[in-house]
Design a protein around this ligand. Structure first.
Ligand code: 6GU
Length: 385
Protein backbone atom coordinates (compact mmCIF):
# COMPACT_ATOMS: atom_id res chain seq x y z
CA UNK A 1 0.00 0.00 0.00
CA UNK A 2 1.25 3.45 -0.87
CA UNK A 3 0.53 6.35 1.48
CA UNK A 4 1.04 10.03 0.59
CA UNK A 5 0.57 12.98 2.94
CA UNK A 6 -0.02 16.51 1.67
CA UNK A 7 0.54 18.98 4.50
CA UNK A 8 2.06 22.32 5.41
CA UNK A 9 3.55 20.60 8.50
CA UNK A 10 5.58 17.64 7.21
CA UNK A 11 7.27 17.32 10.62
CA UNK A 12 4.00 16.07 12.07
CA UNK A 13 4.59 12.79 10.28
CA UNK A 14 7.89 11.98 11.98
CA UNK A 15 6.13 9.44 14.26
CA UNK A 16 5.27 7.34 11.20
CA UNK A 17 8.88 6.19 11.22
CA UNK A 18 8.64 4.93 14.80
CA UNK A 19 5.25 3.37 15.10
CA UNK A 20 3.47 0.48 13.51
CA UNK A 21 3.68 2.11 10.10
CA UNK A 22 7.47 2.28 10.34
CA UNK A 23 7.63 -1.44 11.00
CA UNK A 24 5.34 -2.17 8.09
CA UNK A 25 7.53 -0.07 5.90
CA UNK A 26 10.56 -2.08 6.98
CA UNK A 27 8.67 -5.24 6.00
CA UNK A 28 8.03 -3.75 2.57
CA UNK A 29 4.25 -3.60 3.10
CA UNK A 30 4.09 0.20 3.05
CA UNK A 31 5.52 2.89 0.83
CA UNK A 32 5.29 6.24 2.68
CA UNK A 33 5.70 9.72 1.16
CA UNK A 34 5.30 13.03 3.02
CA UNK A 35 5.02 16.19 0.90
CA UNK A 36 5.21 19.84 1.88
CA UNK A 37 2.26 21.50 0.16
CA UNK A 38 4.28 24.72 -0.13
CA UNK A 39 6.37 22.98 -2.74
CA UNK A 40 3.48 23.82 -5.10
CA UNK A 41 3.35 27.55 -4.33
CA UNK A 42 5.03 30.16 -6.55
CA UNK A 43 4.80 33.47 -4.72
CA UNK A 44 7.45 34.98 -2.52
CA UNK A 45 5.57 34.17 0.68
CA UNK A 46 4.70 30.64 -0.43
CA UNK A 47 1.14 31.37 0.66
CA UNK A 48 -1.39 28.56 0.85
CA UNK A 49 -4.38 30.46 2.26
CA UNK A 50 -6.49 33.53 1.69
CA UNK A 51 -9.61 35.23 3.06
CA UNK A 52 -12.99 33.55 2.52
CA UNK A 53 -15.34 34.83 -0.19
CA UNK A 54 -18.53 35.99 1.48
CA UNK A 55 -16.63 37.06 4.56
CA UNK A 56 -16.25 35.40 7.93
CA UNK A 57 -13.52 34.51 10.36
CA UNK A 58 -10.30 32.70 9.51
CA UNK A 59 -8.58 31.75 6.30
CA UNK A 60 -9.32 29.22 3.58
CA UNK A 61 -6.72 27.09 1.78
CA UNK A 62 -6.29 28.19 -1.83
CA UNK A 63 -7.02 25.60 -4.52
CA UNK A 64 -3.98 25.94 -6.81
CA UNK A 65 -1.30 24.19 -4.69
CA UNK A 66 -3.63 21.21 -4.15
CA UNK A 67 -4.43 20.86 -7.84
CA UNK A 68 -0.78 20.98 -8.77
CA UNK A 69 0.10 18.49 -6.06
CA UNK A 70 -2.47 15.92 -7.25
CA UNK A 71 -1.04 16.27 -10.75
CA UNK A 72 2.60 16.04 -9.66
CA UNK A 73 1.87 12.93 -7.60
CA UNK A 74 0.10 11.28 -10.53
CA UNK A 75 -3.06 10.66 -8.49
CA UNK A 76 -5.43 8.55 -10.60
CA UNK A 77 -8.72 6.69 -10.59
CA UNK A 78 -7.49 3.73 -8.53
CA UNK A 79 -6.22 6.03 -5.79
CA UNK A 80 -8.16 7.39 -2.82
CA UNK A 81 -7.80 10.98 -1.69
CA UNK A 82 -8.68 11.28 2.00
CA UNK A 83 -9.60 14.79 3.17
CA UNK A 84 -9.36 14.98 6.95
CA UNK A 85 -11.92 17.50 8.11
CA UNK A 86 -14.25 17.96 11.08
CA UNK A 87 -17.01 18.37 8.45
CA UNK A 88 -16.41 14.84 7.14
CA UNK A 89 -18.26 11.59 7.75
CA UNK A 90 -17.30 9.84 10.98
CA UNK A 91 -14.29 7.54 10.54
CA UNK A 92 -14.88 4.12 12.10
CA UNK A 93 -13.62 0.54 12.08
CA UNK A 94 -15.72 -0.32 9.04
CA UNK A 95 -14.17 2.52 7.09
CA UNK A 96 -10.72 1.43 8.31
CA UNK A 97 -11.37 -2.05 6.92
CA UNK A 98 -12.56 -0.60 3.64
CA UNK A 99 -9.50 1.63 3.29
CA UNK A 100 -7.10 -1.18 4.21
CA UNK A 101 -7.96 -2.80 0.87
CA UNK A 102 -7.10 0.25 -1.24
CA UNK A 103 -3.81 0.35 -3.16
CA UNK A 104 -3.03 4.00 -2.44
CA UNK A 105 -4.25 6.63 0.02
CA UNK A 106 -3.40 10.30 -0.46
CA UNK A 107 -4.12 12.25 2.72
CA UNK A 108 -5.00 15.90 2.13
CA UNK A 109 -4.54 17.59 5.49
CA UNK A 110 -6.43 20.85 5.70
CA UNK A 111 -5.61 23.72 8.06
CA UNK A 112 -7.34 27.00 8.86
CA UNK A 113 -11.07 27.04 8.14
CA UNK A 114 -10.81 24.38 5.46
CA UNK A 115 -9.89 23.88 1.81
CA UNK A 116 -11.56 25.64 -1.14
CA UNK A 117 -14.47 23.35 -2.08
CA UNK A 118 -13.37 23.16 -5.70
CA UNK A 119 -10.39 21.08 -4.60
CA UNK A 120 -12.75 18.33 -3.43
CA UNK A 121 -14.71 18.60 -6.69
CA UNK A 122 -11.49 18.27 -8.69
CA UNK A 123 -10.40 15.34 -6.55
CA UNK A 124 -13.67 13.53 -7.34
CA UNK A 125 -12.94 13.86 -11.05
CA UNK A 126 -9.55 12.18 -10.85
CA UNK A 127 -9.78 9.74 -7.93
CA UNK A 128 -11.89 8.11 -5.21
CA UNK A 129 -12.59 10.60 -2.43
CA UNK A 130 -13.28 10.25 1.29
CA UNK A 131 -13.97 13.22 3.55
CA UNK A 132 -13.43 11.89 7.05
CA UNK A 133 -13.65 13.19 10.61
CA UNK A 134 -12.41 11.54 13.78
CA UNK A 135 -15.34 12.71 15.87
CA UNK A 136 -17.37 15.63 17.07
CA UNK A 137 -14.64 18.00 18.14
CA UNK A 138 -12.31 20.35 16.28
CA UNK A 139 -8.56 19.89 15.85
CA UNK A 140 -6.34 22.66 14.54
CA UNK A 141 -5.54 20.69 11.42
CA UNK A 142 -6.02 17.35 9.73
CA UNK A 143 -2.52 16.02 10.41
CA UNK A 144 -3.28 14.27 13.70
CA UNK A 145 -6.41 12.81 12.13
CA UNK A 146 -4.41 11.51 9.15
CA UNK A 147 -2.00 9.83 11.58
CA UNK A 148 -4.84 8.26 13.53
CA UNK A 149 -6.54 6.99 10.37
CA UNK A 150 -3.20 5.65 9.12
CA UNK A 151 -2.66 3.66 12.30
CA UNK A 152 -6.18 2.22 12.24
CA UNK A 153 -5.89 1.25 8.57
CA UNK A 154 -2.33 -0.01 8.43
CA UNK A 155 -2.73 -2.54 11.22
CA UNK A 156 -5.46 -4.20 9.11
CA UNK A 157 -3.25 -4.59 6.05
CA UNK A 158 -2.72 -8.34 5.58
CA UNK A 159 0.64 -9.47 6.89
CA UNK A 160 0.96 -6.54 9.25
CA UNK A 161 -0.28 -7.84 12.59
CA UNK A 162 1.48 -10.85 14.07
CA UNK A 163 -1.71 -12.19 15.60
CA UNK A 164 -4.74 -12.20 13.29
CA UNK A 165 -7.10 -13.27 16.11
CA UNK A 166 -6.40 -10.10 18.05
CA UNK A 167 -7.81 -8.09 15.13
CA UNK A 168 -10.97 -10.22 15.15
CA UNK A 169 -11.48 -10.12 18.92
CA UNK A 170 -10.83 -6.47 19.68
CA UNK A 171 -13.22 -3.60 20.34
CA UNK A 172 -15.50 -2.61 17.45
CA UNK A 173 -14.63 -5.65 15.32
CA UNK A 174 -18.12 -7.05 16.01
CA UNK A 175 -19.79 -3.71 16.71
CA UNK A 176 -19.35 -4.02 20.48
CA UNK A 177 -16.79 -2.61 22.89
CA UNK A 178 -14.31 -5.17 24.16
CA UNK A 179 -14.93 -6.99 27.46
CA UNK A 180 -12.65 -6.18 30.44
CA UNK A 181 -9.35 -8.08 30.51
CA UNK A 182 -7.16 -9.36 33.36
CA UNK A 183 -3.73 -10.87 33.81
CA UNK A 184 -1.65 -12.19 36.73
CA UNK A 185 -1.66 -11.92 39.69
CA UNK A 186 -5.07 -13.49 40.38
CA UNK A 187 -5.45 -11.21 43.41
CA UNK A 188 -4.11 -7.66 43.55
CA UNK A 189 -4.71 -5.08 46.27
CA UNK A 190 -7.61 -7.18 47.50
CA UNK A 191 -9.25 -7.34 44.08
CA UNK A 192 -9.79 -10.78 42.56
CA UNK A 193 -9.97 -11.69 38.91
CA UNK A 194 -13.54 -12.88 38.12
CA UNK A 195 -13.71 -16.55 39.01
CA UNK A 196 -15.09 -17.71 35.68
CA UNK A 197 -11.84 -16.66 33.96
CA UNK A 198 -9.88 -19.09 36.16
CA UNK A 199 -12.35 -21.93 35.64
CA UNK A 200 -10.92 -23.33 32.40
CA UNK A 201 -14.50 -23.64 31.13
CA UNK A 202 -14.11 -22.09 27.68
CA UNK A 203 -17.82 -21.91 26.91
CA UNK A 204 -18.52 -20.19 30.23
CA UNK A 205 -15.64 -17.76 29.63
CA UNK A 206 -16.91 -16.90 26.13
CA UNK A 207 -20.42 -16.33 27.48
CA UNK A 208 -19.12 -14.12 30.31
CA UNK A 209 -17.02 -12.04 27.92
CA UNK A 210 -19.92 -11.59 25.54
CA UNK A 211 -22.22 -10.50 28.37
CA UNK A 212 -19.62 -8.03 29.66
CA UNK A 213 -19.08 -6.63 26.15
CA UNK A 214 -22.83 -6.12 25.73
CA UNK A 215 -23.13 -4.55 29.21
CA UNK A 216 -20.19 -2.21 28.62
CA UNK A 217 -21.50 -1.16 25.24
CA UNK A 218 -24.98 -0.47 26.59
CA UNK A 219 -23.51 1.61 29.43
CA UNK A 220 -20.85 3.57 27.57
CA UNK A 221 -22.03 3.60 23.97
CA UNK A 222 -25.81 3.14 23.84
CA UNK A 223 -25.61 4.41 20.25
CA UNK A 224 -23.83 1.17 19.27
CA UNK A 225 -26.39 -1.21 20.76
CA UNK A 226 -28.31 -2.93 17.98
CA UNK A 227 -31.96 -1.87 18.06
CA UNK A 228 -34.23 -4.84 18.62
CA UNK A 229 -36.69 -5.14 15.78
CA UNK A 230 -40.15 -4.26 17.03
CA UNK A 231 -43.44 -5.91 16.22
CA UNK A 232 -45.06 -3.60 13.68
CA UNK A 233 -41.86 -1.59 13.13
CA UNK A 234 -40.61 1.43 15.02
CA UNK A 235 -37.60 1.77 17.24
CA UNK A 236 -36.70 1.41 20.88
CA UNK A 237 -34.13 3.64 22.53
CA UNK A 238 -33.22 5.45 25.73
CA UNK A 239 -35.45 8.42 26.49
CA UNK A 240 -34.07 11.94 26.05
CA UNK A 241 -35.34 15.14 27.71
CA UNK A 242 -37.17 16.06 24.49
CA UNK A 243 -39.42 13.00 25.00
CA UNK A 244 -40.84 14.41 28.24
CA UNK A 245 -43.95 16.07 26.76
CA UNK A 246 -45.17 13.06 24.82
CA UNK A 247 -44.24 10.75 27.68
CA UNK A 248 -46.41 12.85 30.00
CA UNK A 249 -49.39 12.66 27.64
CA UNK A 250 -48.98 8.90 27.08
CA UNK A 251 -48.66 8.29 30.81
CA UNK A 252 -51.89 10.13 31.56
CA UNK A 253 -53.73 8.22 28.84
CA UNK A 254 -52.48 4.86 30.09
CA UNK A 255 -53.07 5.46 33.77
CA UNK A 256 -56.56 6.80 33.35
CA UNK A 257 -57.32 3.30 32.07
CA UNK A 258 -55.60 1.87 35.18
CA UNK A 259 -57.74 4.09 37.37
CA UNK A 260 -60.89 2.54 35.91
CA UNK A 261 -59.54 -0.98 36.54
CA UNK A 262 -58.58 -0.13 40.15
CA UNK A 263 -61.31 2.05 41.63
CA UNK A 264 -60.30 4.03 44.70
CA UNK A 265 -56.56 3.26 44.42
CA UNK A 266 -54.23 6.29 44.41
CA UNK A 267 -52.14 6.19 41.24
CA UNK A 268 -48.95 8.27 41.47
CA UNK A 269 -48.65 8.49 37.68
CA UNK A 270 -51.91 10.42 37.58
CA UNK A 271 -50.96 12.85 40.31
CA UNK A 272 -47.67 14.07 38.98
CA UNK A 273 -47.12 17.27 37.03
CA UNK A 274 -45.17 17.67 33.83
CA UNK A 275 -42.38 19.24 35.93
CA UNK A 276 -42.38 16.18 38.21
CA UNK A 277 -41.88 13.96 35.19
CA UNK A 278 -39.08 16.13 33.84
CA UNK A 279 -37.42 15.92 37.24
CA UNK A 280 -37.49 12.11 37.47
CA UNK A 281 -36.62 11.42 33.84
CA UNK A 282 -32.84 11.81 34.24
CA UNK A 283 -32.86 9.85 37.52
CA UNK A 284 -34.16 6.64 35.94
CA UNK A 285 -33.21 4.38 33.08
CA UNK A 286 -36.09 5.11 30.69
CA UNK A 287 -36.78 3.36 27.40
CA UNK A 288 -39.23 4.61 24.81
CA UNK A 289 -40.71 3.09 21.67
CA UNK A 290 -41.43 5.29 18.70
CA UNK A 291 -43.40 4.22 15.70
CA UNK A 292 -43.66 6.51 12.67
CA UNK A 293 -42.47 9.38 14.81
CA UNK A 294 -45.08 8.83 17.50
CA UNK A 295 -44.15 7.89 21.06
CA UNK A 296 -46.21 4.75 21.69
CA UNK A 297 -44.57 3.00 24.65
CA UNK A 298 -42.19 3.44 27.57
CA UNK A 299 -40.79 1.85 30.71
CA UNK A 300 -38.50 3.01 33.48
CA UNK A 301 -36.31 1.32 36.09
CA UNK A 302 -33.74 2.08 38.76
CA UNK A 303 -31.78 0.24 41.37
CA UNK A 304 -33.36 -0.03 44.84
CA UNK A 305 -30.89 -1.99 46.98
CA UNK A 306 -30.25 -5.10 44.91
CA UNK A 307 -33.60 -4.94 43.08
CA UNK A 308 -34.05 -3.48 39.59
CA UNK A 309 -37.25 -1.59 40.29
CA UNK A 310 -39.27 -1.52 37.07
CA UNK A 311 -42.27 0.71 36.56
CA UNK A 312 -44.30 2.97 34.33
CA UNK A 313 -44.52 0.24 31.71
CA UNK A 314 -46.98 1.72 29.22
CA UNK A 315 -48.25 1.14 25.71
CA UNK A 316 -50.61 3.46 23.82
CA UNK A 317 -54.20 2.26 24.28
CA UNK A 318 -54.70 1.57 20.56
CA UNK A 319 -51.57 -0.61 20.32
CA UNK A 320 -51.98 -2.84 23.36
CA UNK A 321 -52.01 -6.60 22.90
CA UNK A 322 -49.35 -6.65 20.16
CA UNK A 323 -46.38 -7.63 22.32
CA UNK A 324 -44.94 -4.14 22.73
CA UNK A 325 -45.27 -4.20 26.52
CA UNK A 326 -43.58 -7.57 26.73
CA UNK A 327 -40.74 -6.33 24.59
CA UNK A 328 -40.31 -3.19 26.70
CA UNK A 329 -40.23 -5.39 29.79
CA UNK A 330 -37.50 -7.62 28.32
CA UNK A 331 -35.43 -4.62 27.28
CA UNK A 332 -35.74 -2.76 30.58
CA UNK A 333 -34.72 -6.00 32.36
CA UNK A 334 -31.70 -6.22 30.07
CA UNK A 335 -30.62 -2.73 30.99
CA UNK A 336 -30.16 -3.71 34.68
CA UNK A 337 -26.70 -3.01 36.12
CA UNK A 338 -24.56 -5.87 37.49
CA UNK A 339 -25.62 -5.12 41.10
CA UNK A 340 -29.24 -6.10 40.43
CA UNK A 341 -30.13 -9.61 41.60
CA UNK A 342 -33.92 -9.38 41.26
CA UNK A 343 -36.48 -7.51 39.21
CA UNK A 344 -39.43 -5.99 41.03
CA UNK A 345 -42.53 -4.17 39.91
CA UNK A 346 -45.90 -3.00 41.20
CA UNK A 347 -49.27 -3.05 39.56
CA UNK A 348 -52.88 -2.64 40.52
CA UNK A 349 -54.52 -5.62 42.22
CA UNK A 350 -57.33 -5.17 39.69
CA UNK A 351 -55.03 -4.97 36.64
CA UNK A 352 -55.42 -8.61 35.75
CA UNK A 353 -54.24 -8.28 32.18
CA UNK A 354 -50.96 -6.70 33.35
CA UNK A 355 -50.53 -9.40 35.97
CA UNK A 356 -51.04 -12.16 33.41
CA UNK A 357 -48.36 -10.64 31.18
CA UNK A 358 -45.91 -10.33 34.10
CA UNK A 359 -46.54 -13.94 35.18
CA UNK A 360 -45.93 -15.19 31.66
CA UNK A 361 -42.65 -13.23 31.79
CA UNK A 362 -41.58 -15.17 34.92
CA UNK A 363 -42.81 -12.87 37.72
CA UNK A 364 -44.37 -14.18 40.95
CA UNK A 365 -47.02 -12.39 42.90
CA UNK A 366 -45.58 -11.36 46.30
CA UNK A 367 -48.82 -10.07 47.72
CA UNK A 368 -50.70 -6.87 48.28
CA UNK A 369 -48.23 -4.35 49.73
CA UNK A 370 -50.86 -1.67 50.19
CA UNK A 371 -54.57 -1.74 49.53
CA UNK A 372 -55.10 -2.35 45.83
CA UNK A 373 -51.40 -2.54 44.93
CA UNK A 374 -49.52 -5.83 44.39
CA UNK A 375 -45.78 -6.51 44.23
CA UNK A 376 -44.32 -8.94 41.71
CA UNK A 377 -40.70 -10.11 41.60
CA UNK A 378 -38.51 -12.30 39.47
CA UNK A 379 -34.97 -13.46 40.21
CA UNK A 380 -32.43 -12.20 37.73
CA UNK A 381 -30.91 -15.08 35.74
CA UNK A 382 -27.37 -15.78 37.05
CA UNK A 383 -24.19 -14.83 35.16
CA UNK A 384 -24.79 -16.12 31.63
CA UNK A 385 -23.90 -19.77 31.59
CL1 6GU B 1 -10.28 14.91 10.47
N1 6GU B 1 -9.79 17.39 11.23
C1 6GU B 1 -9.87 18.42 12.08
N2 6GU B 1 -9.27 19.57 11.79
N3 6GU B 1 -10.57 18.35 13.23
C2 6GU B 1 -11.15 17.19 13.50
C3 6GU B 1 -11.08 16.08 12.67
C4 6GU B 1 -10.39 16.21 11.51
N4 6GU B 1 -11.78 15.09 13.22
C5 6GU B 1 -12.26 15.56 14.36
N5 6GU B 1 -11.88 16.82 14.53
Amino acid sequence: MRLDYLTIFPDYFGPLELSLAGKARDKGLLDLHVHDLRKWTHDRHRSVDDTPYGGGAGMVMRPEPWGEAFEALGVGEHDTIVFTTPAGARFDQRKAEELSGRPRLVFACGRYEGIDERVVQRAREIAQVEELSLGDYVLNGGEVAALAITEAVVRLVPGFMGNAASVVEESHADGLLEHPVYTKPASWQGRDVPEVLLSGDHAAIAAWRRAEAVRRTAERRPDLVPRPSLPGGGELRAAVPADAGELYVLQLACWVQEMHDNPGVAIPALHESYDDLRAWLPEWTVLVVRREGRLVGAARARLEGDAWDIGRLMVAPDLQGQGLGRLLLTEIERSAPPAATTYSLFTGAGSLRNQRMYKRAGYRLRGEIEPGVVLLTKPRPGPTR
